[in-house]
Unconditional design. Structure first.
Length: 189
């Protein structure tokens, strides 16, 4: 069966579903058993693990599907999605896809995701840099702090503000060492 991540088109006043092969994203008829482009047996693909399907959906031709897949992968904190999300950020020009992919990396939060977010602070889109700064504000890794300090010199005042807020959040969340008390406990002299 073709991908459940199907698109919708309106034809003659009614909604028509568009089905895609989840491997190569070729457009298919609803009841196709084997993809004519890549030869995938669609019954076998249906049995794949959910996260693998979502990772494949990052290459879907419809932006809304990509955005949804990135958000779900981030919510699942799916570490296997980090390299595909980074590749998506490197190749996409769609600001909504880029922002959601950056948010997903922030939610995943492993070392590779944080390294990627640090690099994304140099992205050409200001909103993407801002999302990266926000995402880094949740990381306790020292490289996140150093990258945010660098972002305080960004050309965009919005990115500088978001970097400052992220740094403030990092400093606020940092555990404060207890100072030894020299006071005498109550009731003792």
């Amino acid at each position: 069966m073709p991908s459940p991540l199907a698109g919708r088109d309106v034809e003659g006043g009614r909604t028509m579903m568009t089905y895609y092969c989840p491997l190569c994203w070729a457009e298919l008829a609803k009841d196709t058993a084997r993809c004519s482009r890549c030869g995938a047996s669609l019954g076998e693909v249906d049995q794949e693990e959910y996260a693998v399907k979502l990772i494949r959906a990052l290459k879907h031709p419809e932006a809304t599907t990509v955005v949804r897949a990135a958000a779900i992968l981030g919510g699942l904190r799916e570490r296997r999605a980090v390299p595909p999300l980074l590749a998506l950020i490197a190749s996409s020009r769609d600001p909504y896809i880029l922002e959601r992919a950056v948010e997903a990396l922030g939610n995943i939060g492993d070392c590779t995701a944080i390294e990627g977010l640090c690099d994304i602070l140099a992205h050409s889109y200001m909103r993407v840099r801002g999302k990266a700064a926000e995402a880094l504000g949740t990381s306790q890794q020292t490289q996140a702090r150093a990258a945010l300090i660098s972002a305080l010199n960004d050309a965009s005042v919005d990115v500088r503000t978001l970097a400052a807020e992220a740094l403030e959040k990092l400093c606020h969340d940092e555990p404060v060492a207890q100072q030894p008390s020299h006071a005498t406990p109550r009731g003792q002299s």
